[in-house]
Ligand binder design. Structure first.
Ligand code: ADP
Ligand code: ADP
Length: 222
């Protein structure tokens, strides 16, 4: 019962200096339902490329991407965008919250884009904020929140549409070690509570050790 499976995935960047660069080559990877997988890779190993391919933002030039049992390879952009909106949640190192909207509104908006009624969207957003200890901050704008709080709101936004898979790229990489540790704990609790599957890239071996399984990418490249 897999949420995500990559089969023989290859990616070459043609215009990267004098010669094409093969970033991914015959990569196999899977994430089971409810599983939280760490992706540990040295810089330049192709971690972002892999997350973009898994996130249906980029296409591999070899192999297959299977999401919830459906082969996404070669589907038109429209179908891929729909699957992305419905099935995937994204978290990045930087929160990317909309500065002119409140924490609550930042979690409501992606739900409205998915045609969730406004009242339900607000209730869902408020519940998510409560779960990460930010119930009292619902009306604050991102600039009025600390780095750790901004990242907690970004987690809530990623979960707003009840995705089946969370893709995260160094989700606490911008935070000091103590805050990172605490905020990562909240992310894990949120993921466990909702039965979400996750693929989380991190350089932090201690954080990786708290996940179900660790996948190492191209360590020899470093
Ligand atoms: P990581 O996230 O592990 O640091 P990336 O996936 O960003 O690695 O990049 C892997 C390699 O591919 C790097 O050598 C990078 O320079 C190259 N690369 C990434 N994106 C592109 C692109 N759009 N065009 C050309 N080369 C790229
Ligand atoms: P729209 O702009 O019409 O809302 P997108 O395909 O741009 O549709 O967005 C769908 C989802 O994919 C959003 O959750 C968005 O955050 C994410 N997304 C879109 N483009 C990128 C990108 N370049 N990198 C990372 N995530 C992206």
């Amino acid at each position: 019962n897999e949420v995500l499976r990559l089969e023989g995935v290859g990616k070459t960047y043609a215009r990267n200096g004098p010669a094409p660069v093969r970033v991914l080559d015959g990569l196999d990877l899977s994430v089971a339902r409810g599983e939280v997988v760490a992706l540990v890779a040295p810089s330049g190993a192709g971690k972002s490329t892999l997350l973009h391919i898994a996130g249906l933002l980029d296409t591999p030039d070899a192999g297959r991407v299977v999401l919830n049992g459906r082969d996404m390879t070669g589907l038109p952009d429209k179908a891929r965008t729909e699957a992305r909106r419905r099935d995937l949640g994204f978290v990045y190192q930087f929160h990317h919250l909309l500065p002119e909207f409140s924490a609550l509104e930042n979690i409501v908006l992606p739900q409205l884009a998915n045609a969730v009624p406004a009242r339900d969207a607000r209730a869902r957003a408020a519940d998510l904020l409560d779960r990460v200890g930010l119930g009292a901050r619902a009306d604050h704008r991102p600039a009025e929140l600390s780095g750790g709080e901004q990242q907690r709101v970004a987690f809530c936004r990623a979960l707003a549409n009840r995705p089946s898979l969370l893709l995260a790229d160094e989700p606490t990489g911008n935070l000091d070690p103590a805050t990172s540790d605490r905020v990562f704990g909240l992310l894990m609790a949120l993921v466990r509570d909702t039965g979400l599957s996750a693929l989380i890239a991190t350089h932090n071996h201690q954080l990786a050790g708290r996940m179900d399984r660790v996948i190492r990418l191209n360590e020899e490249v470093a």
